[in-house]
Design a protein around this ligand. Sequence first.
Ligand code: N6E
Length: 226
Amino acid sequence: MESFTIASKKVLTLVLVIDKAGQKARNLILLGYKKRGFGAHLWNGFGGKVEPGETAHEGALRELEEEAGITVKSEDFKKAGILLFQFENDPVALETHVYKAYEYQGQIRECEEMRPEWFAFDDIPYDQMWEDDRIWLPMLLNGQDPFFGRMYFKRKALEKETKVAPVVNTSTSAHVNHSTTMTATSFTTAQPKSGPFAMYDHHLEHSLQGVPHEVALDGTIASFEN
Ligand SMILES: CNc1ncnc2c1ncn2[C@@H]1O[C@H](COP(=O)(O)OP(=O)(O)OP(=O)(O)O)[C@@H](O)[C@H]1O
């Protein structure tokens, strides 16, 4: 039987950097391809755990610098919402403080954990992102924030290994060097497209009255400060 009871929570951050159509003709969003750890092989904003003694705002700025190499001035950094992720049979909830920024300083660079890339708003790779992203990210992009969401996840049933077809050179051109033999071996991947968890249910509020200034769970208070 499923249980979504929370006993404690971890406070996390998630930062979305947006380049509004300026010199470039289209609105762009900066996402990072997570190379390892929680949410590996998914595209996401930049962020991570808030460290002891840090506010969520400070933690978010630190993670953005660590993972994408860029900084944002405090006044350009706007709180877009709080998302509470709960996982079946896991008493630890993830309270994620979401921020957005339209201005940044520095050179975007790849690190060991994340590979940053710009995406046009109409080309966001939702099928390779956490399932909840397709619910709240369009709201953030449309200015329908701040929001407060609760998202419930179940571990996905172990899927049959997915066969991935190898890339085979099908060219019949006379110029192909036939002395190079390509062995068409297939390989398998156990990585589900949108991560190891499936979203089971969610509730999202985006009226100002519905967004709490504080989220209290078992005595812990997270304030909705900027
Ligand atoms: C369940 N649905 C979800 N939907 C969207 N985003 C999600 C998410 N669940 C976690 N996230 C984000 O994923 C990052 C994990 O951070 P994570 O790598 O664990 O943190 P941190 O860099 O501190 O870790 P290590 O230093 O490697 O331990 C962090 O931004 C967090 O907000």
